[in-house]
Design a protein around this ligand. Structure first.
Ligand code: SF4
Ligand code: SF4
Length: 265
């Protein structure tokens, strides 16, 4: 897996890519008539966010566990503080499993990074390696002819056009965990906590089973209405799961323990 490539790309972005902000402009057009149509959906590193996985597994009508087994890879890198999930390209031709002759077969639910392309975002963590300000940049892949002519966009109008608002909302909630100062300071997370992180963030149907088929609700005081929503609503469950991670990984008081289960201090 190309984790070296990923860190090298991050270093290059920090050093060499021109920094852009929301009002900066660029010209770009992508449609089935371009000579490079579909070429960018081959041999590409696509990180999946928790929200991406929920959109895709629901689109495909399968569980999160089935989705993770069939469509993802877990790159291993000692520099990673937590598990990350990548879309697995087909073994035979390295195409994305969702690309067809007519284009993306999951277009309405395509991942955040597919929506954002050609715009990339340096995370606060990456930006902190220079002046600390978050910035955007253009990823001009050699194969991509989309820059030759077309509509003039600002970064902001591109993001609106690509419908990333909800993706960004859940992405920001996820970053509160993945970029949490306590997590960044840790040398390693205990295996049991890593498993919890993976289940909450990526395997949401398994997390639901864990909550509803264990003594969880006996031990923690969760509002009934919220609990009932979580039975069927993946996004409600994800929001709760991220609060649970703040409690279980960082000791924040985001979840109330029932009195009878409180440990005497
Ligand atoms: S999910 Fe769709 S847009 Fe993204 S790489 Fe696959 S086919 Fe292309
Ligand atoms: S390579 Fe660029 S222009 Fe061509 S299909 Fe992909 S995003 Fe569109």
């Amino acid at each position: 897996m190309k984790t070296n490539t990923i860190s090298k790309l991050n270093e290059t972005i920090i050093k060499d890519y021109p920094r852009m902000h929301q009002d900066d402009k660029f010209v770009f057009e992508c449609h089935p008539g371009v000579s490079c149509f579909n070429k960018c959906c081959n041999d590409v590193n696509i990180f999946l966010t928790p929200y991406d996985i929920i959109r895709l597994k629901n689109r495909l009508g399968i569980t999160s566990s089935e989705f993770l087994d069939k469509y993802t890879l877990l790159p291993i890198d000692e520099n990673l503080r937590h598990p990350i999930v990548m879309l697995r390209m087909n073994d035979d031709n390295m195409n994305c499993p969702f690309v067809t002759e007519k284009g993306c077969s999951v277009y309405e639910d395509r991942p955040w990074s597919c929506r954002m392309y050609p715009v990339g975002v340096a995370s606060p963590n990456e930006a902190a390696q220079s002046d600390g300000n978050e910035f955007y940049f253009l990823l001009k892949e050699e194969v991509c002819k989309g820059f030759e002519k077309g509509t003039e966009w600002t970064i902001q109008s591109w993001m609106e056009n690509q419908g990333v608002e909800e993706y960004n909302y859940y992405g920001d909630l996820f970053k509160e965990i993945s970029l949490h100062e306590k997590l960044l300071k840790l040398k390693a997370i205990e295996p049991v906590k890593l498993e919890m992180f993976y289940m909450v963030c990526y395997d949401i149907d398994k997390f639901r089973e864990f909550l509803f088929e264990s003594s969880f609700f006996k031990r923690f005081d969760i509002d009934n209405e919220k609990k009932e929503k979580m039975r069927t609503d993946d996004l409600e469950l994800l929001k709760f799961g991220l609060e649970w991670l703040r409690f279980s990984l960082f000791g924040e008081k985001t979840i109330k323990v029932r009195e009878e289960y409180l440990q005497p201090v």
